[in-house]
Design a protein around this ligand. Sequence first.
Ligand code: BG6
Length: 493
Amino acid sequence: MTKKMDSCTLVLFGATGNLARVKLYPGLYRLDLLGRLPDNMKIMGVGRRPIDLAQWRDGVIEMVHKKFKGHVDQAVLDRFIARNFYQANAPEDTQAFAKMKNILTDESIFPQNFAYFLSVRPVDFGPIVEELTQVGLTQEDQYWRRVVVEKPFGTDLASAKALQASLTKNLQEHQIYRIDHYLGKSALQNILLQRFTNTILEPLWNKEYIDHVQITNTEKLGVGDRTEFYDSTGALRDMIQSHVLQTLALTAMELPTDLSPDGIRAAKIKVLEQIRPIPVDALEKHAFRAQYAAGEVDGEKVAGYLEELGNTSSVVETYAALKLFIDNPRWQGVPFYIRTAKRLHEADTRIAIRFKKAPLQINDGQAQNWLIIGIQPRECIKLEVQSKVPGLDINTRSIELDADNRKSEDDTVDAYEALLLNLMQGDNANYLHISEAEAQWRLVDPVVKAWAEDRNPVHQYAAGSADPKASKVIFESEDQFWRYSIALDGDAH
Ligand code: BG6
Protein backbone atom coordinates (compact mmCIF):
# COMPACT_ATOMS: atom_id res chain seq x y z
CA MET A 1 0.00 0.00 0.00
CA THR A 2 1.59 3.30 -1.07
CA LYS A 3 0.12 6.46 0.39
CA LYS A 4 -0.22 9.77 -1.37
CA MET A 5 1.76 12.75 -0.19
CA ASP A 6 1.47 16.53 -0.30
CA SER A 7 4.45 18.58 -1.26
CA CYS A 8 6.08 20.05 1.81
CA THR A 9 9.11 21.70 3.38
CA LEU A 10 11.03 19.85 6.06
CA VAL A 11 12.62 22.23 8.53
CA LEU A 12 15.36 20.45 10.37
CA PHE A 13 16.47 22.02 13.65
CA GLY A 14 19.84 20.60 14.75
CA ALA A 15 20.92 20.17 11.12
CA THR A 16 24.62 20.21 12.01
CA GLY A 17 24.20 17.54 14.71
CA ASN A 18 25.04 13.88 14.68
CA LEU A 19 21.56 12.48 14.02
CA ALA A 20 21.06 14.77 11.04
CA ARG A 21 24.47 13.90 9.60
CA VAL A 22 24.33 10.16 10.11
CA LYS A 23 20.62 9.37 9.68
CA LEU A 24 18.41 12.20 8.47
CA TYR A 25 20.22 13.63 5.44
CA PRO A 26 21.35 10.23 4.15
CA GLY A 27 17.81 8.93 4.79
CA LEU A 28 16.26 11.78 2.81
CA TYR A 29 18.67 11.18 -0.07
CA ARG A 30 17.62 7.51 -0.09
CA LEU A 31 13.94 8.48 -0.18
CA ASP A 32 14.73 10.70 -3.16
CA LEU A 33 16.52 7.79 -4.82
CA LEU A 34 13.45 5.59 -4.28
CA GLY A 35 11.25 8.28 -5.84
CA ARG A 36 9.46 8.87 -2.55
CA LEU A 37 10.03 12.62 -2.11
CA PRO A 38 7.31 14.87 -3.54
CA ASP A 39 8.64 16.68 -6.63
CA ASN A 40 8.85 20.11 -5.17
CA MET A 41 9.80 19.11 -1.62
CA LYS A 42 12.44 21.28 0.09
CA ILE A 43 14.66 20.83 3.14
CA MET A 44 15.66 23.75 5.31
CA GLY A 45 18.51 22.92 7.70
CA VAL A 46 18.63 25.10 10.80
CA GLY A 47 21.72 25.44 12.97
CA ARG A 48 23.31 28.02 15.23
CA ARG A 49 26.34 28.98 13.13
CA PRO A 50 26.11 30.92 9.88
CA ILE A 51 27.07 28.73 6.91
CA ASP A 52 26.68 29.93 3.33
CA LEU A 53 24.51 27.94 0.99
CA ALA A 54 27.27 26.57 -1.26
CA GLN A 55 29.25 25.42 1.75
CA TRP A 56 26.18 23.86 3.34
CA ARG A 57 25.30 21.94 0.20
CA ASP A 58 28.91 20.66 0.00
CA GLY A 59 28.49 19.44 3.58
CA VAL A 60 25.29 17.56 2.66
CA ILE A 61 27.03 15.97 -0.34
CA GLU A 62 29.73 14.77 2.04
CA MET A 63 27.16 13.25 4.44
CA VAL A 64 25.60 11.29 1.60
CA HIS A 65 28.95 10.08 0.25
CA LYS A 66 30.10 9.09 3.70
CA LYS A 67 27.03 6.93 4.23
CA PHE A 68 26.73 5.31 0.81
CA LYS A 69 30.43 5.07 -0.08
CA GLY A 70 30.73 4.53 -3.81
CA HIS A 71 26.99 3.87 -4.31
CA VAL A 72 25.73 7.36 -4.96
CA ASP A 73 23.65 8.16 -8.05
CA GLN A 74 24.95 11.52 -9.29
CA ALA A 75 21.71 12.58 -11.02
CA VAL A 76 19.68 11.86 -7.88
CA LEU A 77 22.27 13.58 -5.72
CA ASP A 78 22.10 16.72 -7.90
CA ARG A 79 18.31 16.71 -7.62
CA PHE A 80 18.53 16.13 -3.88
CA ILE A 81 21.07 18.85 -3.26
CA ALA A 82 18.93 21.41 -5.10
CA ARG A 83 16.23 20.80 -2.46
CA ASN A 84 18.54 21.91 0.34
CA PHE A 85 18.76 25.27 2.09
CA TYR A 86 20.28 26.46 5.34
CA GLN A 87 19.28 29.05 7.89
CA ALA A 88 21.35 30.18 10.89
CA ASN A 89 19.22 30.67 13.94
CA ALA A 90 21.57 32.17 16.52
CA PRO A 91 20.15 31.91 20.08
CA GLU A 92 20.95 35.56 20.81
CA ASP A 93 19.13 36.82 17.68
CA THR A 94 15.68 37.92 18.84
CA GLN A 95 14.60 38.33 15.22
CA ALA A 96 15.74 34.86 14.14
CA PHE A 97 12.25 33.34 13.86
CA ALA A 98 10.81 36.40 12.16
CA LYS A 99 13.59 36.11 9.57
CA MET A 100 12.87 32.43 9.21
CA LYS A 101 9.23 33.21 8.56
CA ASN A 102 10.12 35.67 5.81
CA ILE A 103 12.26 33.11 4.09
CA LEU A 104 9.97 30.11 4.53
CA THR A 105 6.82 31.84 3.39
CA ASP A 106 8.30 32.55 -0.03
CA GLU A 107 5.95 30.25 -1.91
CA SER A 108 8.01 30.48 -5.07
CA ILE A 109 10.62 28.29 -3.34
CA PHE A 110 9.06 26.54 -0.36
CA PRO A 111 5.89 24.42 -0.32
CA GLN A 112 3.77 25.73 2.55
CA ASN A 113 3.08 22.46 4.35
CA PHE A 114 5.79 22.51 7.02
CA ALA A 115 7.22 19.62 9.03
CA TYR A 116 9.61 20.72 11.79
CA PHE A 117 12.04 18.06 12.95
CA LEU A 118 13.44 19.00 16.37
CA SER A 119 16.73 17.19 16.70
CA VAL A 120 17.82 19.47 19.53
CA ARG A 121 18.17 19.37 23.32
CA PRO A 122 14.87 18.40 24.97
CA VAL A 123 14.81 21.70 26.90
CA ASP A 124 14.54 23.49 23.56
CA PHE A 125 11.45 21.62 22.28
CA GLY A 126 8.88 23.84 23.99
CA PRO A 127 10.64 27.20 23.34
CA ILE A 128 11.15 26.46 19.62
CA VAL A 129 7.48 25.59 19.17
CA GLU A 130 6.52 28.73 21.08
CA GLU A 131 8.70 30.90 18.81
CA LEU A 132 7.36 29.24 15.68
CA THR A 133 3.84 29.90 16.87
CA GLN A 134 4.59 33.53 17.71
CA VAL A 135 5.55 34.17 14.11
CA GLY A 136 2.55 32.23 12.78
CA LEU A 137 4.35 29.13 11.55
CA THR A 138 2.45 26.38 13.38
CA GLN A 139 -1.14 27.41 12.57
CA GLU A 140 -2.96 25.07 10.21
CA ASP A 141 -5.37 27.47 8.51
CA GLN A 142 -4.61 26.40 5.01
CA TYR A 143 -1.67 24.02 5.18
CA TRP A 144 -0.58 21.31 7.59
CA ARG A 145 2.08 21.96 10.22
CA ARG A 146 3.73 19.02 12.02
CA VAL A 147 6.39 18.84 14.72
CA VAL A 148 8.66 15.87 15.33
CA VAL A 149 10.01 15.51 18.83
CA GLU A 150 13.02 13.27 19.36
CA LYS A 151 13.33 10.75 22.18
CA PRO A 152 13.20 11.00 25.17
CA PHE A 153 9.77 12.54 25.68
CA GLY A 154 10.52 13.69 29.24
CA THR A 155 12.64 11.91 31.80
CA ASP A 156 9.74 10.80 34.00
CA LEU A 157 5.95 11.14 34.06
CA ALA A 158 5.98 14.64 35.54
CA SER A 159 8.45 16.05 33.00
CA ALA A 160 6.63 14.29 30.13
CA LYS A 161 3.41 15.98 31.26
CA ALA A 162 5.16 19.34 31.55
CA LEU A 163 6.60 18.97 28.04
CA GLN A 164 3.19 17.95 26.74
CA ALA A 165 1.62 21.01 28.37
CA SER A 166 4.19 23.31 26.80
CA LEU A 167 3.65 21.79 23.35
CA THR A 168 -0.13 21.72 23.49
CA LYS A 169 -0.26 25.42 24.28
CA ASN A 170 0.54 25.78 20.60
CA LEU A 171 -0.19 22.46 18.92
CA GLN A 172 -2.90 19.86 18.72
CA GLU A 173 -2.18 16.17 19.32
CA HIS A 174 -2.41 15.31 15.61
CA GLN A 175 0.43 17.78 14.92
CA ILE A 176 2.88 16.16 17.37
CA TYR A 177 5.05 13.27 16.15
CA ARG A 178 6.94 11.65 19.06
CA ILE A 179 9.79 9.44 17.97
CA ASP A 180 10.60 5.95 19.11
CA HIS A 181 12.89 4.92 16.28
CA TYR A 182 12.14 1.22 16.89
CA LEU A 183 8.69 1.78 15.41
CA GLY A 184 10.37 2.66 12.12
CA LYS A 185 12.00 -0.78 11.97
CA SER A 186 10.39 -3.13 9.52
CA ALA A 187 10.93 -6.03 11.92
CA LEU A 188 8.84 -4.32 14.59
CA GLN A 189 6.07 -3.49 12.13
CA ASN A 190 6.12 -7.16 11.18
CA ILE A 191 5.08 -8.29 14.68
CA LEU A 192 1.53 -7.05 14.21
CA LEU A 193 1.32 -8.40 10.67
CA GLN A 194 2.77 -11.78 11.49
CA ARG A 195 0.47 -12.20 14.45
CA PHE A 196 -2.73 -11.29 12.67
CA THR A 197 -2.22 -12.37 9.06
CA ASN A 198 -1.68 -15.99 10.11
CA THR A 199 -4.53 -18.13 11.30
CA ILE A 200 -2.30 -20.55 13.17
CA LEU A 201 -0.81 -18.06 15.65
CA GLU A 202 -3.76 -16.13 17.04
CA PRO A 203 -5.62 -19.08 18.64
CA LEU A 204 -2.49 -19.96 20.66
CA TRP A 205 -1.56 -16.41 21.62
CA ASN A 206 -2.98 -16.35 25.13
CA LYS A 207 -2.82 -17.63 28.69
CA GLU A 208 -4.30 -21.04 27.78
CA TYR A 209 -1.21 -22.02 25.79
CA ILE A 210 1.59 -19.64 26.71
CA ASP A 211 3.75 -20.27 29.77
CA HIS A 212 5.63 -16.97 29.58
CA VAL A 213 7.03 -14.38 27.17
CA GLN A 214 10.56 -12.96 27.10
CA ILE A 215 11.34 -9.72 25.31
CA THR A 216 15.04 -9.12 25.09
CA ASN A 217 17.18 -6.35 23.70
CA THR A 218 20.87 -6.78 24.45
CA GLU A 219 23.95 -5.13 23.04
CA LYS A 220 27.64 -5.97 23.06
CA LEU A 221 28.48 -2.29 22.97
CA GLY A 222 29.17 -0.35 26.15
CA VAL A 223 28.06 3.18 26.87
CA GLY A 224 30.95 4.57 24.79
CA ASP A 225 31.43 8.31 25.03
CA ARG A 226 27.91 8.88 26.32
CA THR A 227 28.85 8.32 29.98
CA GLU A 228 27.37 11.57 31.20
CA PHE A 229 24.04 11.07 29.41
CA TYR A 230 23.93 7.42 30.40
CA ASP A 231 24.63 7.99 34.07
CA SER A 232 21.70 10.37 34.27
CA THR A 233 19.50 7.89 32.42
CA GLY A 234 20.24 4.17 32.98
CA ALA A 235 19.05 1.13 31.08
CA LEU A 236 15.50 1.27 32.39
CA ARG A 237 14.83 4.73 31.03
CA ASP A 238 17.08 4.46 27.97
CA MET A 239 15.67 1.23 26.56
CA ILE A 240 12.88 -0.34 28.64
CA GLN A 241 10.69 2.76 28.95
CA SER A 242 10.70 3.15 25.17
CA HIS A 243 11.83 0.47 22.73
CA VAL A 244 11.26 -2.61 24.88
CA LEU A 245 7.80 -1.59 26.09
CA GLN A 246 6.77 -0.75 22.52
CA THR A 247 7.91 -4.22 21.46
CA LEU A 248 5.84 -5.64 24.30
CA ALA A 249 2.81 -3.60 23.26
CA LEU A 250 2.98 -4.97 19.71
CA THR A 251 3.39 -8.50 21.04
CA ALA A 252 0.50 -8.34 23.49
CA MET A 253 -2.06 -5.96 21.94
CA GLU A 254 -5.46 -7.00 20.62
CA LEU A 255 -6.30 -6.87 16.91
CA PRO A 256 -6.97 -3.17 16.24
CA THR A 257 -10.50 -2.36 15.17
CA ASP A 258 -8.96 -1.00 11.97
CA LEU A 259 -5.46 -0.37 10.65
CA SER A 260 -5.71 3.41 10.81
CA PRO A 261 -3.06 5.18 12.94
CA ASP A 262 -5.74 5.86 15.56
CA GLY A 263 -6.87 2.24 15.53
CA ILE A 264 -3.36 0.86 16.00
CA ARG A 265 -2.40 3.36 18.66
CA ALA A 266 -5.64 2.82 20.59
CA ALA A 267 -4.91 -0.91 20.82
CA LYS A 268 -1.36 -0.25 22.03
CA ILE A 269 -2.48 2.33 24.57
CA LYS A 270 -5.03 -0.12 25.93
CA VAL A 271 -2.55 -2.91 26.56
CA LEU A 272 0.10 -0.57 27.98
CA GLU A 273 -2.47 0.74 30.45
CA GLN A 274 -3.39 -2.83 31.43
CA ILE A 275 0.13 -3.66 32.64
CA ARG A 276 -0.06 -4.13 36.40
CA PRO A 277 2.00 -1.54 38.35
CA ILE A 278 5.23 -3.05 39.66
CA PRO A 279 4.96 -3.52 43.44
CA VAL A 280 7.82 -1.50 44.91
CA ASP A 281 7.42 -3.20 48.27
CA ALA A 282 8.40 -6.52 46.63
CA LEU A 283 10.74 -5.05 44.06
CA GLU A 284 13.44 -7.70 44.36
CA LYS A 285 11.02 -10.30 42.95
CA HIS A 286 10.02 -8.11 40.01
CA ALA A 287 13.06 -6.12 38.99
CA PHE A 288 16.78 -6.76 38.79
CA ARG A 289 19.61 -4.40 37.92
CA ALA A 290 23.34 -4.80 37.40
CA GLN A 291 26.38 -3.00 35.99
CA TYR A 292 29.02 -4.38 33.67
CA ALA A 293 32.49 -4.84 35.13
CA ALA A 294 35.71 -5.16 33.11
CA GLY A 295 35.69 -8.17 30.82
CA GLU A 296 36.20 -9.34 27.28
CA VAL A 297 33.97 -8.77 24.26
CA ASP A 298 34.83 -10.49 20.97
CA GLY A 299 38.34 -11.20 22.24
CA GLU A 300 38.97 -7.62 23.24
CA LYS A 301 39.51 -6.51 26.84
CA VAL A 302 37.12 -3.75 27.81
CA ALA A 303 36.72 -1.56 30.89
CA GLY A 304 33.86 -1.72 33.38
CA TYR A 305 31.11 0.89 33.55
CA LEU A 306 32.33 2.53 36.78
CA GLU A 307 35.87 2.83 35.40
CA GLU A 308 34.57 4.41 32.20
CA LEU A 309 32.50 6.79 34.26
CA GLY A 310 35.32 7.58 36.68
CA ASN A 311 32.92 7.41 39.59
CA THR A 312 32.68 4.31 41.75
CA SER A 313 29.61 5.45 43.66
CA SER A 314 27.17 5.32 40.72
CA VAL A 315 24.28 2.89 41.14
CA VAL A 316 23.00 3.42 37.59
CA GLU A 317 22.17 0.14 35.85
CA THR A 318 23.52 -1.07 32.50
CA TYR A 319 21.41 -4.22 32.85
CA ALA A 320 17.72 -4.13 33.73
CA ALA A 321 15.17 -6.93 33.85
CA LEU A 322 11.52 -6.68 34.85
CA LYS A 323 8.69 -9.14 35.38
CA LEU A 324 5.35 -7.75 34.23
CA PHE A 325 1.78 -9.00 34.22
CA ILE A 326 -1.00 -7.76 31.98
CA ASP A 327 -4.39 -7.66 33.62
CA ASN A 328 -6.73 -8.62 30.82
CA PRO A 329 -8.53 -11.81 29.82
CA ARG A 330 -5.91 -12.79 27.23
CA TRP A 331 -2.85 -12.53 29.48
CA GLN A 332 -3.99 -12.95 33.09
CA GLY A 333 -1.23 -14.72 35.03
CA VAL A 334 1.30 -14.94 32.16
CA PRO A 335 4.67 -13.43 33.13
CA PHE A 336 6.34 -11.14 30.61
CA TYR A 337 10.07 -10.96 31.34
CA ILE A 338 11.65 -8.01 29.64
CA ARG A 339 15.33 -7.19 29.74
CA THR A 340 18.01 -5.04 28.23
CA ALA A 341 21.75 -4.78 28.72
CA LYS A 342 24.92 -3.22 27.43
CA ARG A 343 28.02 -5.40 27.08
CA LEU A 344 26.30 -8.76 27.18
CA HIS A 345 27.69 -11.79 25.33
CA GLU A 346 25.36 -11.30 22.38
CA ALA A 347 23.72 -8.40 20.58
CA ASP A 348 20.24 -9.62 19.92
CA THR A 349 16.69 -8.36 20.00
CA ARG A 350 13.93 -10.93 20.01
CA ILE A 351 10.62 -12.07 21.37
CA ALA A 352 10.76 -15.59 22.80
CA ILE A 353 7.53 -17.31 23.73
CA ARG A 354 7.50 -20.53 25.71
CA PHE A 355 4.39 -22.64 25.47
CA LYS A 356 2.95 -24.73 28.29
CA LYS A 357 3.90 -28.34 28.95
CA ALA A 358 2.53 -30.76 26.35
CA PRO A 359 -0.04 -33.38 27.42
CA LEU A 360 2.37 -36.21 26.63
CA GLN A 361 5.70 -36.24 28.46
CA ILE A 362 8.10 -38.85 27.04
CA ASN A 363 11.47 -37.78 28.40
CA ASP A 364 12.46 -36.32 31.74
CA GLY A 365 12.82 -32.60 31.26
CA GLN A 366 11.24 -32.71 27.81
CA ALA A 367 11.60 -29.26 26.26
CA GLN A 368 8.53 -27.12 25.82
CA ASN A 369 7.73 -25.49 22.48
CA TRP A 370 9.33 -22.12 21.86
CA LEU A 371 8.36 -19.61 19.23
CA ILE A 372 11.02 -17.00 18.62
CA ILE A 373 10.59 -13.85 16.58
CA GLY A 374 14.02 -12.42 15.80
CA ILE A 375 14.10 -8.63 15.37
CA GLN A 376 17.83 -7.92 14.98
CA PRO A 377 20.39 -8.74 13.77
CA ARG A 378 18.41 -11.59 12.19
CA GLU A 379 14.78 -11.06 11.21
CA CYS A 380 13.35 -14.51 11.51
CA ILE A 381 10.68 -16.74 12.96
CA LYS A 382 11.57 -20.03 14.61
CA LEU A 383 9.45 -22.72 16.11
CA GLU A 384 10.91 -25.48 18.23
CA VAL A 385 8.89 -28.67 18.30
CA GLN A 386 9.37 -32.14 19.75
CA SER A 387 9.95 -34.94 17.33
CA LYS A 388 10.73 -38.64 17.66
CA VAL A 389 14.38 -39.60 17.53
CA PRO A 390 14.43 -42.14 14.69
CA GLY A 391 15.38 -45.61 15.88
CA LEU A 392 14.20 -48.46 18.02
CA ASP A 393 13.42 -46.49 21.16
CA ILE A 394 10.75 -44.00 21.96
CA ASN A 395 12.48 -40.71 22.64
CA THR A 396 11.92 -37.16 21.48
CA ARG A 397 14.20 -34.25 20.79
CA SER A 398 13.72 -30.63 19.78
CA ILE A 399 13.87 -29.77 16.13
CA GLU A 400 13.62 -26.30 14.73
CA LEU A 401 11.54 -24.79 11.94
CA ASP A 402 13.50 -21.70 11.11
CA ALA A 403 12.71 -19.13 8.44
CA ASP A 404 14.19 -15.76 7.55
CA ASN A 405 11.70 -12.94 7.33
CA ARG A 406 14.14 -11.11 5.08
CA LYS A 407 15.28 -12.34 1.68
CA SER A 408 18.60 -11.29 0.22
CA GLU A 409 16.95 -9.18 -2.51
CA ASP A 410 14.77 -7.25 -0.04
CA ASP A 411 15.27 -3.54 0.50
CA THR A 412 17.04 -2.49 3.67
CA VAL A 413 15.31 0.61 4.89
CA ASP A 414 16.68 2.52 7.85
CA ALA A 415 14.15 3.25 10.60
CA TYR A 416 14.54 7.01 10.10
CA GLU A 417 13.83 6.73 6.38
CA ALA A 418 10.55 5.03 7.16
CA LEU A 419 9.67 7.56 9.86
CA LEU A 420 10.49 10.57 7.66
CA LEU A 421 8.27 9.17 4.94
CA ASN A 422 5.43 8.57 7.44
CA LEU A 423 5.83 12.13 8.66
CA MET A 424 5.37 13.58 5.18
CA GLN A 425 2.43 11.25 4.57
CA GLY A 426 0.76 12.40 7.78
CA ASP A 427 0.75 8.83 9.07
CA ASN A 428 1.55 8.85 12.78
CA ALA A 429 0.87 5.15 13.43
CA ASN A 430 4.60 4.64 13.98
CA TYR A 431 4.93 7.62 16.28
CA LEU A 432 3.97 7.60 19.96
CA HIS A 433 0.68 8.95 21.20
CA ILE A 434 1.02 10.95 24.42
CA SER A 435 -0.94 8.25 26.27
CA GLU A 436 1.68 5.66 25.31
CA ALA A 437 4.55 7.84 26.52
CA GLU A 438 2.68 8.48 29.77
CA ALA A 439 1.76 4.83 30.38
CA GLN A 440 5.39 3.86 29.86
CA TRP A 441 6.66 6.44 32.35
CA ARG A 442 3.94 5.54 34.84
CA LEU A 443 5.20 1.98 34.80
CA VAL A 444 8.94 2.55 35.15
CA ASP A 445 9.00 5.67 37.35
CA PRO A 446 8.54 3.86 40.71
CA VAL A 447 11.37 1.45 39.87
CA VAL A 448 13.70 4.24 38.72
CA LYS A 449 13.00 6.06 41.96
CA ALA A 450 13.46 3.02 44.22
CA TRP A 451 16.71 2.08 42.49
CA ALA A 452 18.08 5.62 42.73
CA GLU A 453 17.37 5.67 46.46
CA ASP A 454 18.99 2.29 47.11
CA ARG A 455 22.70 3.17 47.39
CA ASN A 456 23.92 -0.41 48.02
CA PRO A 457 26.60 -1.48 45.55
CA VAL A 458 24.99 -2.77 42.38
CA HIS A 459 25.46 -6.36 41.22
CA GLN A 460 28.34 -6.64 38.70
CA TYR A 461 28.62 -8.85 35.60
CA ALA A 462 31.75 -9.28 33.54
CA ALA A 463 31.50 -7.51 30.16
CA GLY A 464 30.89 -10.16 27.50
CA SER A 465 29.18 -12.62 29.86
CA ALA A 466 25.60 -13.92 29.78
CA ASP A 467 22.93 -12.65 32.21
CA PRO A 468 24.05 -12.42 35.83
CA LYS A 469 22.88 -15.59 37.61
CA ALA A 470 21.29 -13.54 40.35
CA SER A 471 18.81 -12.11 37.82
CA LYS A 472 16.89 -15.40 37.96
CA VAL A 473 15.33 -14.19 41.18
CA ILE A 474 12.53 -12.62 39.15
CA PHE A 475 11.37 -15.91 37.59
CA GLU A 476 8.00 -17.19 38.73
CA SER A 477 8.95 -20.84 38.53
CA GLU A 478 12.13 -22.88 38.93
CA ASP A 479 12.05 -24.25 35.41
CA GLN A 480 12.16 -20.83 33.74
CA PHE A 481 15.47 -19.55 32.38
CA TRP A 482 16.78 -16.81 30.11
CA ARG A 483 16.45 -17.76 26.52
CA TYR A 484 19.26 -16.82 24.13
CA SER A 485 19.25 -16.60 20.35
CA ILE A 486 20.80 -20.04 20.20
CA ALA A 487 19.82 -22.49 22.93
CA LEU A 488 22.88 -22.74 25.19
CA ASP A 489 23.79 -26.01 26.90
CA GLY A 490 21.82 -26.15 30.05
CA ASP A 491 18.96 -24.20 28.48
CA ALA A 492 17.68 -27.15 26.60
CA HIS A 493 15.37 -28.37 29.33
C1 BG6 B 1 18.86 4.31 21.66
C2 BG6 B 1 19.54 4.21 23.00
O1 BG6 B 1 17.56 4.85 21.80
O2 BG6 B 1 18.75 3.02 21.07
C3 BG6 B 1 20.92 3.56 22.86
O3 BG6 B 1 19.70 5.51 23.56
C4 BG6 B 1 20.80 2.24 22.13
O4 BG6 B 1 21.54 3.38 24.14
C5 BG6 B 1 20.02 2.40 20.84
O5 BG6 B 1 22.11 1.77 21.86
C6 BG6 B 1 19.76 1.06 20.18
O6 BG6 B 1 19.20 1.28 18.91
P1 BG6 B 1 19.42 0.25 17.71
O7 BG6 B 1 18.56 0.75 16.61
O8 BG6 B 1 20.89 0.29 17.40
O9 BG6 B 1 19.02 -1.10 18.23
